[in-house]
Design a protein around this ligand. Structure first.
Ligand SMILES: NC(=O)c1ccc[n+]([C@@H]2O[C@H](COP(=O)([O-])OP(=O)(O)OC[C@H]3O[C@@H](n4cnc5c(N)ncnc54)[C@H](O)[C@@H]3O)[C@@H](O)[C@H]2O)c1
Length: 258
């Protein structure tokens, strides 16, 4: 059991699948009240309905790339819970793994809008409430693609490097005001992102990549969710601006392109 504040109010974006779904489960199991935000309201509602105590969670529709949608979702959470203690900026999309000269501007814009502008908009909407309380924790799901190339294409890698920059600047600006901001950098994790369209097939070449890592296996979403719970808890009180890598050693065994 971690030292998560009793009845902490937690927002998780991308809560309808993968890591976000696992975060909803783990935070509720720790006694938190959780707002499960997703662009797909059906999947967010399913995650809440499947909880042992569904009354401790609320499914909310949001498109994190839209300022209006973000504001409306935060309003709904405040109406429901009265406060916001933790924001897990977890929603994200993968790109088509294309290099710069082959990617469309549309794909670049959409990837940046969801993966980078989304966490910024959510943080911007939540921080005034955290400042009022003089406390809060923001946890951004970045990626090993925040620290290296080849985990995605141009747009994904650039967006995740941006998430780490956002994490560090928010830390600098708000740490003294009681708001801790950190990032998690997962490696290859079995989710809807790596197994698209509900299939059992993982992305091309990923099995080979995973097999060559020191851990030699995929990460499970729950392993990322446990780190989110830890970073939100009082146990992590001295952790500011960190990039917590959970990658089974992927980065230490980085592929040589030659
Ligand atoms: N799976 C991996 O191997 C891996 C590795 C490193 C980082 N990540 C990151 O982890 C995070 C979670 O991804 P996942 O692997 O659980 O993927 P996932 O596809 O299983 O879940 C992502 C969720 O985000 C939601 N979403 C997408 N766009 C949205 C938007 N505009 N607004 C609100 N919700 C939106 C989707 O509906 C989905 O429910 C992402 O930020 C991703 O980039 C994933």
């Amino acid at each position: 059991m971690t030292t998560l504040k009793k009845d902490a109010v937690v927002i998780v974006t991308g809560a309808g699948s993968g890591m976000g779904e696992a975060m909803v489960r783990e935070f509720v199991a720790e006694g938190a009240r959780v707002a499960a935000l997703d662009i797909n309201p059906t999947s967010a509602k399913r995650v809440v309905a499947e909880l042992e105590s569904p009354e401790r969670a609320l499914a909310v529709e949001v498109d994190v790339s839209s300022p209006e949608s973000v504001q409306s979702s935060i309003h709904q959470v405040r109406e429901w819970a009265g406060r916001i203690d933790v924001l897990c900026n977890n929603a994200g999309i993968i790109d088509s793994f294309r290099p710069a000269h082959e990617i469309s501007l549309e794909e670049w814009d959409r990837t940046l809008a969801v993966n980078l502008t989304g966490p910024f908009l959510m943080a911007r909407a939540v921080i005034p409430h955290m400042l009022e309380q003089s406390s809060g924790a923001i946890i951004n799901t970045a990626s090993i693609s925040a620290l290296s190339a080849a985990g995605g294409g141009t747009a994904y890698t650039a967006s995740k490097h941006g998430v780490l920059g956002l994490t560090r600047q928010l830390t600098f600006d708000y740490g003294r005001h009681g708001i801790r901001v950190n990032a998690i950098c997962p490696g290859a994790t079995l989710t809807g992102l790596t197994m698209p369209e509900g299939g059992s097939e993982t992305l091309p070449d990923s099995e080979t990549e995973v097999a060559r890592t020191p851990a030699g296996r995929w990460c499970q979403p729950r392993e990322i969710a446990r780190m989110a719970v830890y970073l939100a808890s009082e146990d992590a009180d001295f952790i500011h601006g960190a990039a917590m890598v959970i990658d089974g050693g992927w980065l230490t065994a980085a592929r040589n392109p030659i």
